[in-house]
Design a protein around this ligand. Structure first.
Ligand SMILES: [Zn+2]
Length: 374
């Protein structure tokens, strides 16, 4: 199986229900902001105390758990419907769940999209019911009702039928089903996202006094920044749609070079003919594991009269675990695999694990840059 590229600095990774969960450093920034904002406002009632700080920390962690449960709901539903989930990431703007490839079944897409915000609806109801049975206290007011409020807001925002929010994904699936055009569906949902985001940012600026009276300065900041971010991501959804059309047509096959298999101890002389004709020589050990590939520069540095004395392993470099991908994969999956990993060359392998072709990442990259220009 291909492995993932190394984690970004400061990212914490763990597994949850079999899914890789990455917590990006900006997540802690949000937690810190919550702490800085909530402690002084909570202190207005009874002064800063250890209990208050503790309650605010628990409240912040509860928000993280809510976001995680939202993403897990996407992931679990996707897996139950037969899709492979690559990872869940938590970051400054909440989180996202990444899939391998894309579901083309419209009701799968709706189910996967909506179960996230519906989880927040359920959490809001549960926390409200628990709070309703308690005496007024910091735990009831700040923590439980706070969670209820945050989950209700998360559900409401994510259900908005605009790209790239969950409601927008569901709308896109419905529109695609109705209009029969993926392109039109993507563009309508992205336009709605752009309008709503830009509208929110403008409203935030124009009505900042009214908003800050009701929700404080942070309310204004959230509306303006959130709106701008929504507009920006909707704009990215536009660009993504244009790319998507190109990705659908991508094939690594015209860019691939033929390859032959050699043993690490074999003499270079045996393969020099293949190498000179532009084929790649892939090294496999006794167990059939792909262990290396002959390096072009190293091969060319060997004078022709010495080919008989040099072993293949002496002019090879190792191939990383991400180098191999199934030859049956093409289009979106193959392109994503090649561009997301950092191997110099990729081996398309058949069902038996034997390489059928070698693809140079730089060639794919150049090809792709050319295709996506303008
Ligand atoms: Zn979601």
């Amino acid at each position: 199986m291909p492995t993932r590229p190394p984690l970004k600095r400061g990212t914490v990774a763990f597994h949850c229900f079999g899914f890789l969960v990455k917590v990006e450093p900006t997540t802690w920034l949000v937690l810190a902001v919550i702490l800085l904002l909530m402690v002084p406002s909570g202190a207005g009632l009874s002064g800063v105390s250890a209990t208050l700080v503790f309650a605010v920390v628990i409240y912040g962690l509860g928000i993280l758990v809510s976001v995680l449960l939202h993403e897990l709901a996407h992931a679990v539903t996707a897996r139950a419907l037969g899709h492979r989930v690559t990872e869940i990431a938590l970051h400054f703007w909440g989180g996202h769940t990444q899939f391998h490839g894309e579901s083309r079944t419209w009701w799968h897409r709706i189910a996967i999209s909506l179960c996230g915000p519906l989880t927040n609806v359920a959490l809001a109801v549960v926390t409200y019911l628990v709070a309703a049975g308690l005496e007024p206290s910091i735990w009831r007011g700040l923590v439980l009702l706070g969670w209820c409020y945050i989950n209700a807001v998360m559900a409401a925002i994510n259900l908005l039928p605009v790209s790239p929010l969950d409601g927008g994904h569901a709308l896109t699936a419905v529109l695609e089903k109705v209009t029969g055009s993926e392109r039109l569906a993507n563009r309508i949902a992205a336009t709605l996202g752009l309008l709503l985001g830009a509208g929110l940012a403008v409203v935030g600026v124009i009505f900042q006094d009214a908003i800050s009276t009701r929700f404080g300065t942070t309310g204004v900041i959230w509306v303006v920044l959130g709106g701008a971010y929504l507009a920006f991501t909707a704009y990215q959804a536009f660009r993504h749609d244009a790319q998507l059309q190109r990705v659908r047509d991508f094939s690594w096959r015209p860019l691939a070079r033929p390859c032959v298999l050699g043993a690490p101890g074999a003499a270079l002389a045996e393969y020099a003919g293949d190498l000179l004709q532009g084929a790649r020589v892939v090294l496999a050990d006794d167990q059939g594991q792909l262990v290396g590939i002959v390096d072009d520069a190293a091969f060319r540095a060997v004078p022709a009269h010495a080919y008989g004395q040099v072993a293949l392993s002496a002019v090879s470099r190792q191939v990383g675990p991400a180098a191999a991908f199934p030859a049956a994969e093409d289009g979106t999956d193959a392109l994503a695999h090649i561009l997301e990993n950092t191997e110099r060359e990729y081996l398309a392998v058949d069902a038996a694990g034997l390489p059928v072709a070698v693809i140079d990442r730089a060639v794919v990259h150049a090809f792709w840059t050319q295709r996506t220009r303008g």
